[in-house]
Write a protein that binds this ligand. Structure first.
Ligand SMILES: Cc1cc2nc3c(=O)[nH]c(=O)nc-3n(C[C@H](O)[C@H](O)[C@H](O)COP(=O)(O)OP(=O)(O)OC[C@H]3O[C@@H](n4cnc5c(N)ncnc54)[C@H](O)[C@@H]3O)c2cc1C
Length: 546
């Protein structure tokens, strides 16, 4: 028995889900239910830019997943924070605004995803955007998502950029016009000096709409499928189970872990795996939970000669209090900083056509960063992380149990190929080379991580196996493609073979773009909403004509 009836039900109020709920309810014509497993975004640390270090490991707003042991990383498990709150991971992420390389999207189209090449997706990046630098052919203004430069520059970031140029890289003012190679300041999804999550950007303006119901603390447990059509969603809220009907469509936006998990629980996935867990097979689809790709990350850190880093603030209660007062009174100072404020893109091998390495610079360094949080070094320090953007590694998301509230089993399978090891080693060597340039030399007291004992290829390899991490940009577990044998959704994001069901979030990406994944996911939300509305209006016209 269904309870309430809607036109669309969106499961998951994350980077994509908030966009969908806001756009689908915009005309006032359709009734929309947005289900979110987490709470409202009332935690004040969510909204303070540097507060992301506080929500990085807060179970009240974070799923705090842990991967299975990684065989090629000395069997270490990798911490996986994910937002469990309105705004999803856009409410806890590092706020870097990065779209990736134009060729990444052209490649999607070359894999059969018609309409997803760079020229076709650019209008949706622009539509979402309110770019503080103003409008140009690559950037939009007037959109819900605020994109800004850091409030204040940092002398270490200035020097780092200069050093990268001394090492032979070009200067870059805009990383979001399809080309990325070079060094410069990054932009962030920060507006009015606050985090601009998709809950802030899209849901807040839609709050008063009578045709939109946002239901926090509501965990979707199953998609109801009747005669090959998704007709509703079962969810648990306050310990009770509800069933809502979707007259038009169910849109799954639970993210790279939540979306495949919900499909599997609903009988859509590899048949054998479903049977193992006693789940009736609705459709055998091997690609659900397969083909997961993530960026591969390794951190380098240096002790700084001068007390100009954020470590000194993190390690001093009076300075933390002063930073908070400064932020509350003037909305500036260290807490208004985006954290990852500058960096560069480079190629691990000059024979490559486009950059496959990203380097993130932060004016702080930490001794550890895991589910216990990030602990700053007890001395001035800074970091330059090397990130391999196009690893060969592919992982999986599988059920550990048929309990819808249990965490899924996450496997990355990093370092399956020698090429992946070579690329990240080249990244570490380049980061070190940059910090040896004259512009940085006066600030370097010593290299802390990996440290001077690491020099040969085998020493780098041992260090990488012991320390490298997921860069928290996994995608692809419900990937888009032409056939149901190796993909889950078609180019209009419709689940193959099931009517009235789409997936729209980072899980549909066929391959990971070369850059942070929030902006691409918001673009997916925008494009998905437009396609869903197009289909709704076409269907109404067809009915009228008949
Ligand atoms: C710590 C961290 C830092 C990052 N930094 C950056 C950055 O600086 N820049 C950048 O571009 N990207 C960054 N990313 C990545 C980026 O934020 C994500 O790729 C993006 O937010 C994914 O969006 P999504 O819509 O696919 O999933 P999410 O935003 O995770 O949304 C999924 C939503 O669905 C909800 N949900 C899941 N299952 C259910 C269910 N069964 N029922 C109801 N609700 C459910 C979740 O609670 C969540 O709210 C970062 C990620 C992390 C973890």
């Amino acid at each position: 028995m269904f309870g309430e009836v809607f036109d669309y039900i969106v499961t998951g109020a994350g980077s994509a889900g908030c966009v969908l709920a806001a756009r689908l309810s915009e005309s006032g014509r359709f009734r929309v239910l947005l289900l979110e497993a987490g709470p409202k975004d009332r935690n004040p640390w969510i909204h303070i830019p540097m507060g992301f270090t506080r929500v990085y490991a807060d179970p009240k707003v974070n799923w705090m997943f842990e991967s299975e042991p990684e065989p090629n990383l000395n069997n270490r498990t990798l911490y996986q924070p994910r937002g469990k709150v309105l705004g999803g991971t856009s409410s806890i992420n590092g706020m870097v605004y990065m779209r990736g390389n134009a060729a990444d999207y052209d490649e999607w189209r070359q894999r059969g995803c018609e309409g997803w090449d760079w020229d076709s997706v650019l209008p949706y990046f622009r539509k979402a955007e309110h770019q503080e630098r103003g409008e140009d052919p690559f950037h939009g203004t007037g959109g819900p998502l605020r994109v800004s430069d850091p409030v204040e520059r940092h002398q270490l970031a200035d020097r780092l950029i200069e050093a990268a140029i001394q090492a032979g890289l070009p200067a870059r003012a805009d990383f979001n016009n399809g080309d990325q190679e070079g060094a410069g300041y990054f932009q962030s999804t920060i507006g009015r000096r606050k985090r601009w999550s998709t809950a802030t950007a899209y849901l807040r303006p839609a709050r008063g709409r009578k045709n939109l119901r946002v239901q926090p603390m509501a965990h979707a447990t199953r998609i109801v499928i009747e005669n090959g059509r998704a007709t509703g969603v079962e969810y648990v809220c306050g310990g009770r189970t509800f069933r809502a009907r979707a007259n038009r469509e169910v849109i799954v936006s639970g993210g790279v872990y939540g979306s495949p998990q919900l499909l599997l629980l609903s009988g859509i996935g590899p048949a054998e795996h479903l049977r193992e867990h006693g789940i009736d097979v609705v459709r055998d689809m091997p690609a659900v939970g397969a083909h997961m790709q993530d960026h591969f990350y390794v951190r380098l850190a240096w002790r700084c000669t001068q007390p100009i880093t954020m470590n000194e603030i993190a390690n001093s209660l009076p300075r933390r209090a002063a930073a908070m007062a400064q932020y509350l009174l003037f909305r500036n100072g260290p807490l208004a900083s985006p954290g990852t404020m500058a960096g560069l893109f480079a190629r691990s091998d000059q024979r490559l056509e486009r950059p496959d390495l990203q380097f993130n610079f932060t004016p702080w360094s930490y001794a550890s960063r895991d589910r216990k949080g990030a602990i700053a070094h007890p001395f001035p320090g800074f970091s330059l992380s090397a990130i391999h953007l196009r690893p060969d590694a592919r992982g999986t998301v599988r059920l550990k149990s048929a309990d819808p509230l249990a965490a899924p089993a996450i496997r990355f399978n990093f370092l399956q190929t020698r090429a992946d090891l070579q690329a990240i080693t080249a990244g570490m060597r380049l980061a070190r080379e940059i910090c040896r340039q004259p512009a940085m030399a006066p600030y370097v007291a010593e290299e802390i991580i990996p440290g001077p004992a690491v020099n040969t290829d085998s020493e780098f390899e041992a260090n990488i196996r012991q320390n490298a991490l997921s860069n928290l940009h996994p995608v692809g577990t419900c990937r888009m493609g032409q056939a149901d044998t190796d993909s889950v959704v078609d180019a209009r994001l419709r689940v193959h073979g099931i009517a009235g069901l789409r997936v729209a979030d980072a899980a549909i990406m066929p391959t990971v773009p070369a850059g942070n994944t929030n902006a691409p996911t918001i673009m997916i939300g925008e494009k998905a909403a437009e396609m869903i509305l197009e289909d709704a209006y076409t269907a109404s016209e067809t009915t009228r004509a008949a």
